[in-house]
Write a protein that binds this ligand. Sequence first.
Ligand code: UD1
Length: 419
Amino acid sequence: MDRIIVRGNGPLRGDVAVSGSKNSSLALMAAALLGRGETRLENVPRLRDVSAMLEILRALGTQADWDPEDDHAVRIDASTIRSPEAPYDLVRKMRASFLVLGPLLARFGLARVSEPGGCAIGVRPVDQHMKGLRALGAKLSLDHGYVEASAARLLGGNVVFDMTTVNGTQNVMMAACLAEGETVIENAAREPEVVELADVLQRMGAEIRGAGSDRIVIQGVEALRGVTHRVAGDRIEAGTLLAAGLTTGGDVSVRGVDPGTLESTLDKLRECGARIEADADSVRLVAEERPRPLSVTTAPFPGFPTDMQAQLMATLCIAEGASVVTERVFENRFMHVPELQRMGADITLSGRSAHVRGVARLSGAQVMATDLRASAGLVVAGLAAEGDTVIHRVYHIDRGYERIEEKLRHLGAEIRREG
Ligand code: UD1
């Protein structure tokens, strides 16, 4: 099994282009099911999760593949759909595949999608997705681990989510595009990936207002068409590379990302003492001193993203003083803590908070990646540690970071992969 070996090698310096957003790509690929004709997405990252989504789309009978002429473009045409059923073996690999439920139901009146089940970072139920689709008149039931949904034609309705859910908002918004009449989603997620999806749906012919606020209004239309779209840069990958820059005391620029989607992350990096310069589609971080400690609490957008929590915690492990990191989005997202402790970090867990007392230096150790962002946190820590850090189970990182070693090596890191 692959391992990544990182050796602390001083400050990272240079600039690097980020890949397209993984989370946007996954939602947009599901949205392609709604369009008559082909949808072509460009700037799609070559990642395991994207391949998994392509596999699911193909299992449904869709033509879905990488474009032979552009290794970062996918082409999806749903006109050949045979069976609107997404099987367990594929869905369990990636929860985001549940995003096909809304589009399938809206377009084909029927969908059968395996319930995704739990995952390492928490229970992560899909009750809100189901509640939202029911509000549009769908009949939903659970049968042998599958969510079965049907509706001759969805009807617009009022959906009030109990909590902010990104994929839940996206699923219901996609379904509502083809429903008869108006749908209002209250307590909608405001993440940039929701806004990008709404923009693309509108270009496909949908009528959506309010995406980016907590109230989205969708006027159903008869049909949508395929489109071509270039996926926005990945704000979490950008944040991860900047955190690596700060932790190593470096000078790192990331290109191809909208700084407006990164504000809460940039605020925290500044609070840690970094100097940040941003322009239209790039950000430069200069670390002039050892990181300063801070308090941070994860929250839905525009709050500090849970997907950046492990990476910022890695930075705080070597800060000059004590920090508190509170996780409010997922109930079990501290699996990186025992691994960071193996590297000499001084962290105490208490409920949903981690108390991090900065140490002067981390030391390389054998550690285990437990989920995608936890593994990114371990890479960031390893870059600032003395000696070798060997990260096992790196398949987690390949789910969400394209050519991460190459990008970090380009910034001067000593990092390699062993089979
Ligand atoms: C998306 C992102 C993920 C990110 C997360 C929060 C994708 C593919 N993934 O995941 O990277 O960490 O947003 O920013 O876009 N919940 C329920 N019932 C539901 C739905 C959610 O209880 O039906 C809870 C979850 O357990 C969690 C919270 O709501 O505690 C937020 O989850 P949600 O925003 O839905 O995360 P995802 O959309 O799955």
